[in-house]
Design a protein around this ligand. Structure first.
Ligand code: 6GU
Length: 475
């Protein structure tokens, strides 16, 4: 790839001789030439700017000067004179000196992509996606402005010729000129080119790949200034390490760059990742859709809203064989507005947590506390159940949000809530045919301790009974 960097301060580009970039130039992976804009001026003062039409502070760079310089580069002539009267750097070579008069390689015009990149605080934000796209260009010219910028007609004119023009910004702050941004662009693009990286694997797992910021990294010593390396990284358990890194990446992204969440593919996070995200207040819906999610206790006046939600969601967990009338009878009896109102009126024995998006309830858990009423008699007697437990009676999420991690975030909240109120375990029953629910509960630390029957509108259903310990010290 050929880069032509045009500037009135060529010394800014001396760092391009360093490190991997210097090696890439030597190896011919990139061909970087620096050009002094003043070399195409004809007046005694080598003027490149003038006062702005319309008034205002500062100076604007003249389009005719830029045009002469850019025409030279685009017509693939020998680059403008790079003699180093002012310390100008020309084509870079091994020792960082210039290779005078080295002609850029000719490219097939049918496949070449020519880009004129113009750094500007008013440009589009440069992103990894843009950088990846630029990596397939054959020729990138970077026109570094100073003062108030370059006359707009330069960008407009070359856009009309077969040149892609990119006015880009490297962040929301103001620089004195485009040179630093040009260095940023060259480095970001060049490192993607074949043959640039010593270890191409280091390109694989990086910030912005998969849409998340990179996880924190550690090396020796194991303890430094009383700060230990997280134990999991020393465990040798690759799956645990992968999960830990994913969780830290999610937390960082939420904390530092929540704007990036819209670009995440929910599938790339896995269930645990989506649940972590939900517990931090973000639910991923349709592609590109991120919704703010609130997890909280139900309010005393939410009986009707809860009854609606319960009526929508209860059927989702019933086996196909269950008649609609039985489901409706159960809803009318157990999940009515009055039933919820009375549960909400006894918050010490009935804990209801809700998930809310855009003012709507989209999920809830109902936990019964305070034995002996909390745990159904059939379950209380089971081996492995013990005393001092809470009964997770309901955990439901609207169909539209299933798979978004909301249920996982809710159940973790419910477990914390029950533990904080003294419960030593959480127990539940779920239909034995509902493999999805069982898998979900097992992922959340539940294990099967038995079976029971469960009456839905007069029809007997077979449930498995699952228990999760809430006292980490025991077990
Ligand atoms: Cl590309 N140029 C200037 N002058 N200021 C900037 C910038 C570019 N990006 C952020 N600030």
């Amino acid at each position: 790839m050929r880069f032509d960097l045009v500037t009135i301060f060529p010394e800014y580009f001396e760092p391009l001789n360093l490190s991997l970039m210097g090696k890439a130039s030597d190896a011919g992976v990139v061909d970087i030439a620096i050009h002094h804009l003043r070399d195409v001026t004809t007046d005694r003062h080598r003027t490149v700017d003038d006062t702005p039409f319309g008034g205002g502070a500062g100076m604007v760079m003249r389009p005719d000067i830029w045009g002469r310089c850019l025409d030279n580069l685009l017509d693939d002539e020998i680059p403008t004179d790079t003699s180093d009267k002012d310390g100008t750097v020309g084509h870079l070579s091994d020792d960082g000196t210039e290779d005078q008069g080295q002609k850029p390689p000719q490219v097939d015009p049918s496949t070449q992509r020519r880009v004129l990149a113009i750094p500007s605080a008013a440009g589009v934000p440069l992103t990894q996606a843009i950088v990846e796209d630029l990596a397939s260009a054959s020729h990138i010219i970077v026109a570094c402005g100073r003062y108030e910028g370059i006359d707009q007609r330069v960008a407009d004119h070359y856009r009309q010729r077969d040149v892609e023009v990119l006015e880009f910004s490297i962040g929301d702050y103001v620089l004195n000129g485009g040179e630093v941004a040009a260095l940023v662009l060259v480095e970001a693009v060049a490192r993607l080119l074949d043959g640039f990286m010593g270890n191409p694997h280091s390109l694989e797992e990086e910030s912005y790949e998969g849409g998340l910021l990179e996880y924190p990294v550690y090396t020796k010593p194991r303890e430094w200034n009383s700060l230990p390396v997280p134990d999991v990284l020393l465990s040798g358990n690759h799956e645990r390490i992968r999960q830990w890194r994913l969780m830290r990446a999610i937390e960082r992204t939420v904390e530092r760059r929540p704007d990036l969440l819209t670009k995440i593919d929910p599938a790339s996070l896995g269930s645990a990742g989506r649940e972590r995200l939900a517990s931090l207040g973000y639910a991923l819906g349709a592609p590109g859709q991120v919704s703010r999610l609130t997890l909280r206790e139900a309010h005393i006046d939410e009986g009707d809203a809860l009854a609606d939600l319960a009526a929508r969601t209860f059927p989702l967990a019933c086996p196909e064989s269950l008649p609609r009338e039985a489901i409706d009878a159960f809803i009318a009896e157990e999940l009515s507005p009055q039933a919820f109102a009375s549960m909400l009126a006894s918050p010490h024995s009935h804990r209801i947590l809700v998930a809310q998006i855009d003012g709507q309830l989209v999920g809830y858990t109902l936990t019964l506390l305070g034995e002996p009423e909390s745990v159904p008699a059939g379950i209380a007697k089971m081996r492995g159940v013990g005393t001092g437990g809470a009964y997770l009676s309901k955990c439901y999420v609207d169909a539209q949000w299933q798979g978004s991690g909301i249920a996982g975030a809710l159940i973790e909240r419910a477990a914390e809530d029950a533990a904080s109120l003294g419960a030593r375990f959480l127990v539940l029953g779920t239909n034995e045919a509902n493999a999805r629910a069982q898998k979900f509960y097992k992922r959340h630390g539940f294990r099967k301790v038995g079976r029971r029957t469960f009456d839905v509108g007069g029809v007997v259903n077979r449930d498995v009974v699952l228990v999760r310990n809430l006292t980490p010290d025991e077990e």
